[in-house]
Structures are given as C-alpha cells and as structure tokens.
Design a protein around this ligand. Sequence first.
Ligand code: PLP
Length: 362
Amino acid sequence: MEIRIHAEPPRGPVQLPEPLGFGRVFTPHMFTEHWDEARGWHDAAIGPRQPLVLDASAQVLHAGQAIFEGTKAYRRPDGRVQLFRPEANAARFNRSASRMGMPELPVERFVEAIEALVGVDAGWVPSAEGASLYVRPVMVATEPTFEVRAARSFLHYVILSPSGPYFSGGFQPVGVRVAEEHIRAAPRGTGEAKTPGNYAASLAAIEAARAGGYQQVLWLDAVERRYVEEAGAMNVAFVVEGREIVTPALSGSILHGITRDSVLRLAPDLGLGVREERLDIEAVLADVKRARITEVFCMGTAAVIVPVNRIGHRGEDVAVGGAPDFPVAQRLYRALTGIQTGRAPDPYGWTRVVTVPERAEA
Ligand SMILES: *Cc1c(COP(=O)(O)O)cnc(C)c1O
C-alpha cells in the first residue's frame, strides 16, 4: 500500500501531560483511507489529526454501520516500539466488518496502517511503567442516504492515544453488578462484532450499576438469563482453588477478546489449568461464597486484567476472596505485560517491532 505522509516531526522531545489517564490525550496525526465499489480501498494517507468531514446524512449516523478495534504500542526497555498481536485485531476487524455488512481489509493493510502511523508518532509512545500508546482503528459508513441498506462508501481511520497505567499504585479491584434488566447481546446478534451499537446498548445498564455503587455490569446470556457472558466491555474469568482458570465458552454473543485468548494460552505455561464452559451465575456465586472460586477478574486490552472484589446480585452483595493481592491475576498480569512491553521474552511470536522513520523520533 502506498501511504501519502504529510507529517511534522516533533520539535524536540515530546512532553506528555501528567497524568495521562485513558483515551483523553491524542497524538497529532491520523491515518485515513476510503473505500468505494469502483476503487476498493484507496487514498491512504497520514496527516494532521482533525475532525472528520461527514455529511449529516452519512449512514454511520443513522444506521450505525461502524466497527472499531483497540490495540496498543509499547515502549521496550531498549527504546524501540512494539505492537502486540495486531494481526489478531485485523482478523477480528474483518469478522466485525463481515457481520456488519462492511468491506473487509487485507490483514497486512490493516497492520501497515497502524505501523506507519505509530512510526510517525513514535515519540508519543510513553515509557513509564504500565503506560502505552492505545491504537484505535475505526471503519464507518460515509454514504449520504437514509436508505436502509449497506453503504457504498466507507472511511477507515486510525487514531492514537498515549495512555497511563489503568491503575496507578497497584491493582484496584472493582465491584460488578449482575444485569437484571438488560442484556448486552443476543445469539445471532452483533455481540461478537466490535461495533459501537453494542456499547450504546450497554450504557444505561452501566450507569444504573454505578448509581448502585458498582463499577461494572456482569452480563448474563440473553436467552436463559442465567449464564455469565462478559463484565462491562471485558471478558471475565474465575480462578478455582487458586490453580485453574475458568472462563465462559465463546457462545456466539461473547466478544472474542485477544487478552482472553492470550491468558488462555499463557496460563498453562504458568502451571495453571484452563477451562472454557457455560457458567451458571447461581453456581458461580455459590462457589464464591464457599471460597471454591478464589479470584474473579476481567480481561481486555485497555486495562489488561482487572480484579473483581464483589458481585452484586438481586440485592445481595457477595464478597470475592483473593484480596488484597489477587495472586493469580497478578501473575497473569505480570506475565502478559512482560511480553507486551518487551521486558520478557516472547516465546509465542506475539510481538512485532515497529520501524520508526528517523525524523519521527526526537
Ligand atoms: C474489546 C472487547 C473485549 C476485550 O477484547 P480485547 O481484544 O481483549 O481487548 C471484551 N468484550 C467486549 C465487549 C469488547 O468490546
């Protein structure tokens, strides 16, 4: 792919604001390219980050035809920058595209767009412990029409957000409340697609959980309202007797998390068993109460691993063991972030060092 680049190299070392937080600071450049039926993907460019120009009738705003991804670039101890499993994000982007009636993108093109943009803005990759450059690829339908059908023109863009550690000063566990009133995703619906509509549908439930003193929602399946699916916008896992990780099997309405997949592949190498199965919320809560389940944690790119210290269900608040240090979650967090940041060797071939154009690194 040929990418036109209009980018200013940073003048001197980049000063990142403190604290960075998550998803609030953006780098100065963005990648964009367009798709239409006649030309396919074309006009790939990197230029200044700026507001999108969309017709007010663009289909994304009316039919919600949109997908996105989330991955990260990390500063290695040797100063180089690396990506973590971007091909897995590319594959998932295409599965999301296919479900949402959108054009696919060759895996190499998806990764190349990220690599080129991260290369240009490499100076913005933070080096503080736990900090990284969050990468957000997006595709939206741009065709101006109210007709209800797949659009015939699309925009693919990538923006970058230097982000601080999700938790400053060690793990901060969260409380989750089992969703009683709402569901996140139904079988054969869009739960496996990373599409903004899934988030929109979850926001009222998240606000209700917050108003009740919890940070996140624990979603149950849509049919029987009994089986655990996800926690907020993260996958969820349970530690049984300190030595086995059990996570809901991918049901058709659970997002295929790359963090989840990585944890399942890492855990056996740390001497932990893994199981994927249907998990009944009543059985889970009973196992939490009798301390057979010793830890609960959420998994996702932004926070990596978030321990859960209590589960609210039908007015009852069930405390989860594992506090204060959540030893299994800690081990997994250290092992995974060690590979992601290049502090530990990568026996799985998950990481990819980014080529940085010389002028981009000040
Ligand atoms: C993105 C996402 C996840 C986590 O996926 P990762 O690839 O691990 O970041 C889990 N659930 C939902 C609903 C998501 O959107």
